[in-house]
Design a protein around this ligand. Sequence first.
Ligand code: A3P
Length: 276
Amino acid sequence: MPAGFPVEGFRSGREYRAQPGDIVITTYPKCGTTWVQHIVYLILHEGEPLPAGRSMTEEIPHLEEVGREAVERLPAPRCIKTHLPFDMTPSHPDARYVYVARNPFDCAVSFFHHTRGFVRLYDFADGTFDEFFEYFLAGEVDFGDYFDNLVPWFAHRTDDNLLFLTYEQMKAAPAEAVVAIGEFLGPDSSRAVHDQVALERIVRHSSFDSMRKDPERWSSKRPDGMPEFIRKGEVGDWSNVFTRDQARRLADKFARRAEGTDLETLWPDILAAARA
Ligand code: A3P
């Protein structure tokens, strides 16, 4: 857990009993959580973006930060975010779970900048990617090992109450992702995303460029010189950061953790590039 999260929030968050109708956005950190939070928010608010001065964490709080009581006070449908692994996430067959996966290479780079930027939480403002990579590979980062999160959620990807998306697929076809999320969330949301005007608004307001505006909606202000929370938003930037050896070591770990699964089908090109 991040050092800044109260222990009590974690303990109490795990006691939350999911309800029918709950919408749970579940991810490993840096995989597109905030983007999907805003899409869900937009779908539920007729395409009106989260206004400047408001914070996403008030609208769609982080379960293991705020704890059970805060979530129980939310109006229906309760929308929450979590980075908990599958077997710790409050489960209900009539709650809806939207999982977003991102390739571990770009995730690691994004996580590195994230960790550098929270100067009060981590003594890592001057940390290097080489240092962070070793922590990431060992799973010794906030919320634990990337694969411990991804592998079990992926195994449930065809569950009726789970929509499994990838960041890369959302980047390639954002409108399709918005429609898939809307259809998954129920009849009212489905109607919203099938209205062309509303769909266009949702896609526009959830775009990278729109979300870069008023960044304090998503995260506390970053110190000068540190990257913004909505930072680069690209697929494949890892190849400018990783050494050959780092790419191969992470691809090797991927292969070990993917054994017996179809996980490699998510990012065949990226894995091939990492092994080249
Ligand atoms: P980068 O650091 O690679 O830019 P999370 O919300 O899970 O912490 O994920 C953050 C990552 O998602 C960051 O990646 C951020 O820039 C990216 N992101 C946030 N909003 C986005 C959007 N609308 N489109 C594309 N990427 C977005």
